[in-house]
Design a protein around this ligand. Structure first.
Ligand code: UDP
Ligand code: MG
Length: 303
């Protein structure tokens, strides 16, 4: 039976540590190592993991020196995984461990990566949901790698895949994109996400949008096309904003309606978005040149 490494990044999830461990134990074959990555938690997360690790050697932990973000924390876990099969999952029980046997079965059957796709039951407000969806589609349109918006960070893969991902050594990581980009034989399991067991989501609307921007920048070989499209759209909206009749009848030129103001606002938003995007791009280049590591390890347990 192949050895399994389960990687779980956690940030302030103290109430979820024990329930998740028992759930994993229930569904996973005996020979597994559970690698928690404590991403600079400020609650009792690390203490909970430490207590568990006293009794169980297969409970391991990488404690980062501060909060480096979900993706970097997961990358840290990948660097420490020893198993023949590796599973990454969230620490809030939104990724049900009951899928693990099915994932292992598929890997045993010759699949290299098993992705999971969620049907969302999250109670996010509809404006946020619609906006995120539109943004996803927009970002995907310009991406070289089309990333399915419903794919999650709950996935299982073999050691060959792990080596390929680690070989990339990217500093600004968007792992869902990377796992799609590398290719290999893959399969998908569908599941329904439930509400998180305890605590609140750590992904604010702002973080989600920033992650999307990363996706556009990191997976788009033709950024110029993207930027030109935004500029083009801004010009079209601006022109549309000054209807011809106003040009013909200058008397009405200053008679701006709410509609005009909204369109103006849209142009301003697009331009600001572009500015942020360009700054982010410069920032990523600078960051990569500086050769700073994507995370720093404060201590490890049971390694
Ligand atoms: N997480 C992390 N570092 C962060 C933010 C989140 O390690 O800076 C962990 C978090 O504890 C959880 C997983 O990443 O185990 C997914 O986060 P969350 O559940 O908040 O995201 P959502 O499910 O709302 O997209
Ligand atoms: Mg969650």
């Amino acid at each position: 039976m192949p050895r399994i490494s389960i990687i779980v990044p956690v940030y302030n999830e103290d109430e979820n540590i024990l329930p998740l461990f028992y759930e994993i134990k229930k569904h996973c074959p005996e020979d597994f190592e559970l690698i928690w990555i404590d991403d600079g938690s400020t609650d009792e997360t690390l203490t909970e993991i430490q207590q568990l690790s006293f009794h169980e050697e297969r409970i391991k932990c990488i404690s980062l020196s501060r909060n480096f973000g979900h993706q970097n924390a997961m990358l840290a876990g990948l660097n420490y995984a020893n198993g023949d099969y590796i599973i990454t999952m969230d620490g809030d029980l939104q990724h049900p461990p009951s899928l693990i046997p099915k994932m292992i079965e598929k890997l045993n059957g010759g699949t290299d990566i098993v992705f999971t796709k969620r049907t969302c039951t999250k109670k996010t407000n509809w404006i946020q949901r619609t906006f995120t969806k539109l943004f996803f589609r927009f970002a995907n349109f310009f991406s070289e790698t089309k990333i399915d918006e419903d794919l999650t960070d709950y996935r299982a893969f073999n050691h060959k895949v792990l080596e390929s991902v680690l070989q990339l050594q990217e500093k600004e990581t968007f792992l869902r994109g990377i796992f799609t980009w590398i290719g290999y034989k893959s399969d998908i399991i569908h599941f329904t996400t439930s509400e998180r067991m305890h605590g609140k989501t750590k992904y604010s609307f702002r973080k989600l949008i920033m992650a999307e921007m990363n996706k556009i920048i990191l997976f788009n070989p033709n950024l110029v096309k993207f930027i030109t499209t935004i500029v083009g759209l801004s010009i079209i909206v601006t022109l549309f904003n000054i209807p011809l009749w106003q040009l013909i009848s200058p008397a009405n030129s200053y008679n701006f309606s709410t509609w005009h103001i909204l369109l103006n606002l849209l142009v301003v938003i697009m331009q600001l978005f572009l500015t942020v995007m360009i700054f982010k791009l410069v920032n990523i280049s600078l960051y990569n040149n500086r050769k700073r590591p994507p995370y720093l390890v404060k201590e490890t347990i049971n390694f």
